[in-house]
Design a protein around this ligand. Structure first.
Ligand SMILES: Cc1ncc(COP(=O)(O)O)c(C=O)c1O
Length: 423
C-alpha cells in the first residue's frame, strides 16, 4: 500500500530483507504467517537477541561480581557493559543511575519500597486514572503501610490526559510524588511528560515516569525529560522477559533505602549489622537475571540499528492507515481521537483500542486467532480507566516495528467474519 519499508543498518547491507525477517517467529511461510498485533503486551524477539542469550548460556555463563576466575570476570564485564549501554541509550549521566530489575512492575515496586522513609503520614501521592495496575497497586500498598493519601487526576471522556485537572491537583495537594505513564497501554493516551515533570518539580514533588509503552517507539532522553525515575520492561523492547530497567537520577539516591537484602548489595555484613554497597548494586540483591541483562544490550543494538526516529515515522504512517481502515468498518467503535497520535508530538503511539458492536472483545479475539491475528482483549490491567469511560472491555491492536498493513487487513477479515457470525 505504498508504505516505505523500514530499514536497519543490516537490511541496508542486505537489500530486500524486511524488518519481519529479523524475527524467526514472524518469518515462517506464507500460510503460517502470524499477524501479531499484541506488541504492547510483549514484543517478539529478533534473532540477534535469541542468539545472544543462547551464546551466553552455551559458552559464557558464570555468576557475576564474585568469581576470581576469568569466566566470571567476563560475565561481570558483559553485565556491566549492558548497564553502561542502557545508560547511554537513555541519556543517563552514568551507569550508576541504571538499576536492573525484573520489569516495569518490579521497578515501580522498588521505588515504592525504597522511598518509605521519604514519606510521612498524611502525605499525598498523585497518579492518573489511566495507569496500568502496576502503577496503581504498589502506591495503594505503600499508602496503606504508611498512612498516605493516593489521588487520581482525571482523564477526559475520550481518554485524554486532563492537564488542567493535574495542575489543580498538584497545587491543592502538594504531592510528594507524582507517578504517571508516558503512554497508556489501554487507550494509547500520550501524556505530556515534559509538562508533568515541570509542574511536579516546581511544587517540590518527585516524579516517576512509566515508559513501558514508549521506550520502544520514541527517542527518550532522561536528562531532557528530567524525571527522577523512569521504568520499562525488556520484553516490550524486543528483549527477553525477566529483565527490566529503573533509571533513578543520582540526585535522589540519598532518599532511597535498599529494596531487598541479600548477597551482592552489601559492602560488609557483621553480626551487629550490615553496610550497603554503592549505587546501583545496593538495589540489586541476589543473583540478577544475567543472561537477560546481557541480551537486553543486543535489543538496544537492534533497535538503534533501525533508529528510533525511523521506527516512530514508520509506525506512525502504519498507525494512520490502520486507524483509517478500522474507522471505515461497520460497527467498529474506536476509542480516543486519532489526532492525538503522532510522531510529530515527539512520541509515536502504537495502540488502537476498539470494540465491534454486538461482539464481546474476547469473542473477537478468538475469531481473530482463526485468521492468525493476535490481538488483546479485556481490561488491559487498567480497570479504573475502563470503568471511568464506562467500558467493560475492549479489543486492542498494537504495533511493533515488524508490523505492516497486511496485519490489519487480516484483522479486518476477522472483524467481517465476526460481524457475520453475530448478526
Ligand atoms: C504502561 C505499562 N506499565 C507497566 C506495565 C507492566 O509491565 P511488566 O508486566 O512487564 O512489569 C505494562 C505492561 O503491559 C504497561 O503497559
Amino acid at each position: 500500500m505504498g508504505m516505505a519499508a523500514i530499514e536497519s543498518k543490516e537490511s541496508k547491507r542486505l537489500p530486500g530483507l524486511t524488518a519481519r525477517q529479523f524475527f524467526p517467529i514472524l518469518s515462517k511461510g506464507e500460510k503460517a504467517q502470524l499477524h501479531y498485533l499484541d506488541t504492547a503486551a510483549s514484543a517478539q524477539k529478533p534473532a540477534a537477541v535469541i542468539d545472544r542469550i543462547t551464546a551466553y548460556l552455551s559458552h559464557e555463563h558464570a555468576n557475576i561480581h564474585r568469581g576470581a576466575y576469568s569466566l566470571s570476570a567476563n560475565a561481570t564485564k558483559a553485565y556491566d557493559n549492558s548497564k553502561l549501554r542502557l545508560a547511554r541509550f537513555l541519556g543517563a549521566d552514568s551507569e550508576r543511575e541504571i538499576i536492573f530489575t525484573k520489569g516495569t512492575t518490579e521497578s515501580i515496586n522498588l521505588v515504592a519500597h525504597s522511598l518509605e522513609n521519604y514519606f510521612s503520614r498524611g502525605d499525598n501521592i498523585l497518579i492518573s486514572l489511566i495507569e496500568h495496575h502496576s502503577n496503581i497497586v504498589p502506591w495503594q500498598m505503600l499508602a496503606r503501610r504508611k498512612g498516605l493519601n493516593l489521588s487520581f487526576c482525571n482523564i477526559s471522556p475520550s481518554a485524554e490526559f486532563d492537564l488542567d485537572d493535574y495542575k489543580k491537583k498538584v497545587e491543592e495537594l502538594k504531592p510528594k510524588l507524582v507517578a504517571m505513564t508516558h503512554v497508556a497501554n489501554s487507550f494509547g493516551t500520550l501524556f505530556p511528560v515534559d509538562k508533568i515533570v515541570d509542574v511536579a518539580h516546581k511544587a517540590g514533588a518527585l516524579v516517576l515516569v512509566d515508559a513501558a509503552q514508549s521506550v520502544q517507539h520514541c527517542e527518550l532522553d532522561c536528562s531532557r525529560i528530567g524525571a527522577d525515575f523512569l521504568a520499562f520492561s525488556g520484553h516490550k523492547f524486543y528483549g527477553p522477559t525477566g529483565i527490566g530497567v529503573l533509571y533513578a537520577n543520582s540526585k535522589v539516591h540519598h532518599l532511597m533505602e535498599p529494596f531487598q537484602g541479600g548477597g551482592d548489595m552489601i559492602s560488609s555484613v557483621a553480626v551487629e549489622g550490615s553496610a550497603w554497597a554503592d549505587f546501583p548494586q545496593r538495589m540489586e540483591a541476589g543473583t540478577p537475571p544475567i543472561a537477560e541483562a546481557i541480551a537486553l544490550e543486543s535489543a538496544v543494538d537492534f533497535v538503534e540499528g533501525f533508529g528510533l526516529k525511523a521506527i516512530a515515522d514508520y509506525e506512525h504512517s502504519l498507525f494512520v492507515k490502520a486507524w483509517e481502515l478500522l474507522s471505515k468498518e461497520e460497527g467498529v467503535e474506536l476509542y480516543g481521537p486519532a489526532t492525538r497520535h503522532g510522531a510529530e508530538s515527539g512520541c509515536q503511539v502504537s495502540i488502537i483500542s476498539f470494540n465491534l458492536k454486538g461482539v464481546h472483545a474476547h469473542d473477537l479475539s478468538t475469531i481473530a486467532d482463526n485468521f492468525n491475528v493476535q490481538i488483546r482483549a479485556g481490561h488491559h490491567c487498567a480497570m479504573p480507566a475502563l470503568k471511568h469511560l464506562g467500558i467493560a472491555s475492549s479489543a486492542r491492536a498494537s504495533i511493533g516495528l515488524y508490523s505492516d498493513i497486511s496485519d490489519f487487513e487480516a484483522l479486518i477479515d476477522a472483524i467481517r467474519a465476526a460481524r457475520k457470525m453475530f448478526r
